[in-house]
Design a protein around this ligand. Structure first.
Ligand SMILES: NC(=O)c1ccc[n+]([C@@H]2O[C@H](COP(=O)([O-])OP(=O)(O)OC[C@H]3O[C@@H](n4cnc5c(N)ncnc54)[C@H](O)[C@@H]3O)[C@@H](O)[C@H]2O)c1
Length: 341
């Protein structure tokens, strides 16, 4: 098996998560890491935190090339992929530099702070003929992957309704607190709720219209967004909220009601089929997570030199665009009709 060499750019919550995930993938080698923080490059990851996965500890980085400057890492000819786990507002600059240096790019979601910027990254990937993968991990999360197939195959009949929920304590752990800066992160809608908005596009296609409402710590902020997506025949809604108190546990859940069964991912992680005869059975799904599945997919794509069918660069642009429309609807109180994204 050809070994795929990856350089990780940005060693925060997601950089650590991707590093740990790559250790579980055969045929993938984290050959380089870049971060501006010398403490993290020394292997002291105790300052890294997020809403899942626990705090970092001491890590032995011997054998890995360590860089403080991204441009130096991009010039390493042994690297096949640059995995960008930087704050969202830095994605454009570094993704375009990496692509122009001839690297394939995995970029964390959202692809960019706005749809115009996302499009510029996609154009750079086309120009330099490199592959660009956006890490919309929910498409690869086993329970969600299962649901997308059930919708497609109509195994349980037609969908009547689907409700997606994502609840988090306020994220105060990011580097320089960039997540709490509207201009840098896009706050709850672009950073958190996009997981479900992207999955809804993936599963159900482009809605005819959306109606959003929201709330925040002040009138300029959206820390909680609720959207109704209009599709023929089915009611699809999603709620993203990150204003909860620090001890409130992170959860991602959904309930999808089909003619013949209700499928639910519950807050305790149980994934159940509630049948019409009153039975509740656990649905068997692989015992791994969306990070593992997405990074397996992207590194396989690079090894085999084929683009991913599960997420295209254009899909990632559409998701950012959809969030922009949802924010507009939440601010104006108006329903937004969507012809295309
Ligand atoms: N897929 C998911 O589930 C998920 C979860 C959280 C975050 N994210 C996304 O991942 C991205 C990163 O978020 P995070 O929470 O890991 O951020 P973070 O704040 O935890 O880490 C950012 C890291 O980037 C480093 N950095 C900043 N500027 C740099 C530069 N110029 N060169 C090198 N390093 C630099 C910082 O030192 C820090 O270590 C964001 O786009 C975010 O939306 C995705």
């Amino acid at each position: 098996m050809k070994i795929v060499n990856v350089g990780i750019l940005g060693l925060g919550f997601m950089g650590k998560c991707h590093y740990e995930t790559y250790q579980k993938i055969k045929g993938v080698n984290v050959a380089a890491i870049c971060d501006i923080d010398p403490i993290k490059l020394s292997g002291d990851w105790s300052g890294i935190a997020g809403n899942i996965g626990g705090k970092g500890s001491a890590v032995d980085l011997s054998g890995i090339s360590l860089y403080k400057h991204a441009a130096e890492m991009f010039s390493d000819p042994s690297l096949d992929i640059i995995d960008i786990t930087l704050p969202t507002y830095l994605h454009e600059e570094y993704a375009i530099l990496a692509l122009s240096a001839g690297k394939h790019v995995i970029c964390e979601k959202p692809l960019a702070r706005d749809a115009e910027t996302a499009k510029r990254i996609v154009t750079a990937a086309e120009k330099h003929e490199r592959m660009l993968f956006t890490a919309h991990c929910i498409r690869f999360w086993p329970a969600y992957f299962w649901l997308a197939n059930a919708v497609k195959n109509k195994e349980y009949g037609n969908l009547i309704s689907a409700v997606f929920r994502r609840h988090s304590p306020l994220p105060t752990w990011s580097w320089n607190n960039w997540l709490q800066d509207q201009k840098k992160s896009g706050l709850c809608a672009l950073d958190l709720h996009i997981h479900d908005a992207d999955f809804i596009l993936h599963c159900f296609g482009i809605p005819k219209s959306i109606s959003s409402s929201g709330a925040g710590f002040n009138k300029d902020r959206l820390d909680h967004i609720h959207t109704v997506y209009e599709y023929d025949g089915a009611l699809v809604t999603a709620e993203g909220a990150w204003e909860y108190a620090p001890s409130y546990p992170f959860s991602m859940t959904f309930t999808a009601v089909f003619d013949k069964a209700t499928i639910a991912l519950h807050p305790d992680g149980s994934f159940c089929l509630h049948s019409l005869d009153g039975e509740c059975t656990d649905i068997e799904i692989p015992d791994n997570d969306g990070y593992f599945n997405e990074l397996c997919e992207f590194t396989d794509c690079v090894r085999e030199n084929k683009p991913s069918e599960l997420i295209t660069p254009e899909d990632a642009c559409r998701s950012v665009r959809l969030i922009e429309l949802e924010e507009r609807s939440a601010r104006t109180g108006e329903k937004v009709t969507i012809a295309d994204l």
